[in-house]
Design a protein around this ligand. Structure first.
Ligand code: IMO
Ligand code: MG
Length: 419
């Protein structure tokens, strides 16, 4: 059986939660493979709304197994809060989630380091979600990290204290004022809670499941935030592209099936970094208002702009996307003209590639489309879609060389057109 992958192709917040929830009906297993509580995956169904951070978006599907993979960084405190919240609705959370022993733990002092790093960078800051993601992956790569499986060791409290001491030394060197012990008790209580879950050797566990079951891997963040291929250094600290699913779950590349790439009909970005099609005018304001573009995790207003097909084609290439999924098409219902960026002028020279230099001056070159000016939210079949809209998506499929298989026309599970 295959591991199908769902990936965000822009700067995150493409609507991965909704699509994983929709697709999870067909998959008995859903797995997160990278990122951590910097993610905010929103789900809407039966009049209820949830924002998931570390919990895979298959949690509300009966009989689905949800795996927190080894590539994830897990904050026991936020994870417990999230699970408590879901458990209140009667979902048997501890039965539906298994956690990789090799996933790394986010300590409270990782969050403090994140804040200290950002404060030290001043105006050049990344705009991190301050969840401790960067410092935790830093410790993983520099071989100082603590992993979920370590909580089973009798000397876990000593290992925790040792890593915490290391963090305190750095915080002191940086002159960052804080109480590094403020969350010690909450952390140990949350670690106790983690012990209720099945902790697994993810690579064996998932390979054994793949003998009989299709698995859906749920990406977090987006391709343009990938630590290698995104707009470095304004990126997250994990591999958000398809290859990250292999590393983050312990599956081999031959096991990958469909690669679903999700994008919004426009672009948004939270935090700093290049965004060629960003709008600073009332059109940008209008997109933000209609699309409710405010961070699900931080509440920050998102930067908004037109769709960037140059960046999207780059993301499709990096991950070998087989099926595109277009979100929030309905948010453009009331625009007379719709623009898409089809090439750039980079430092004065025409280009159709995402540039290496993050600080280059990138001017978008647009192709314009006549708006459809029709309410798409009630459409449920392709035939109901207006002609202008169909022309617009045909253009994108031609440009990207990949079919758009799913079109979302509203936040609810039901507002989805399968092509
Ligand atoms: P989902 O999964 C949007 C952004 C942050 C910041 C940069 C680095 O909901 O799409 P980090 O906390 O990871 O060190 O922040 O990445 N960022 C996201 N933006 N959606 C996300 O997740 C994000 N996760 C991180 O705003 O610019
Ligand atoms: Mg988000």
């Amino acid at each position: 059986m295959k591991l199908d992958v769902v990936l965000g192709l822009q700067w995150g917040d493409e609507g991965k939660g909704k699509i994983v929830d929709v697709l999870a009906g067909n998959y008995p297993v859903v797995a997160r493979f990278q990122g951590g509580p910097n993610a905010g995956h929103s789900l809407h169904f039966e009049g209820k709304s949830f924002v998931l951070r570390s919990v895979p978006s298959g949690i509300f599907r009966k009989d689905a197994t949800n795996i927190v993979g080894n590539g994830v960084v897990l904050d026991p405190i936020t994870f417990k809060g999230e699970c408590d919240n879901i458990a209140k609705t009667g979902i048997p959370v501890t039965e539906r989630i298994v956690i990789a022993k090799k996933a790394h733990l986010i300590l409270p002092t990782h969050r403090l380091l994140d804040a200290a790093n950002e404060a030290a960078m001043g105006k050049g800051k990344i705009g991190s979600t301050l969840k401790g993601i960067g410092p935790t992956y830093t410790d993983k790569i520099s071989r100082h990290g603590l992993r979920v499986g370590d909580i089973l060791a009798p000397d876990f409290p000593e290992r925790y204290a040792k890593l915490q001491d290391r963090h305190i030394t750095i915080l002191n060197q940086m002159g960052y004022e804080c109480d590094p012990h403020a969350e010690d008790a909450a952390f140990m209580e949350a670690v106790e809670y983690l012990r209720q879950f099945e902790l697994v050797d993810c690579e064996y566990y998932i390979n054994s499941l793949l003998k009989t079951k299709e698995i859906l891997a749920e990406g977090a963040q987006g391709s343009m935030l990938d630590v290698d291929y995104g707009s470095y250094p304004f990126v997250t600290s994990s591999s958000t592209a398809c290859a990250g699913a292999c590393i983050g779950l312990g599956v081999n590349p031959h096991q990958i099936g469909h690669v679903y790439g999700i994008f919004k009909a426009y672009c948004t970005r939270v935090g700093s970094g290049p965004f060629p099609t960003e709008l600073f005018d009332e059109t940008g304001e209008k997109i933000r208002a209609i699309g409710h573009e405010f961070g699900a995790v931080t509440g920050r207003p998102r930067r908004c702009g037109w769709l960037d097909l140059v960046a999207l084609r780059y993301a499709v290439m990096i991950s070998g996307v087989t099926d595109l999924i277009m979100m929030k098409s309905d948010c453009l219902d009331s625009f007379e003209t719709i623009k898409v960026c089809t090439s750039y002028i980079v430092d004065g020279k025409p280009s159709d590639q995402w540039p290496f230099d993050t600080f280059a001056e990138i001017q978008p070159v647009y192709t314009e489309f006549k708006g459809w000016n029709t309410d798409l939210t009630h459409c449920r079949t392709e035939e109901e879609l207006p002609k202008e809209f169909r022309e617009y998506i045909a253009f994108m499929e031609q440009y990207l060389g990949v079919p758009i298989k799913i079109i979302s026309v509203g936040p609810d599970r039901e507002a989805t057109i399968m092509r």
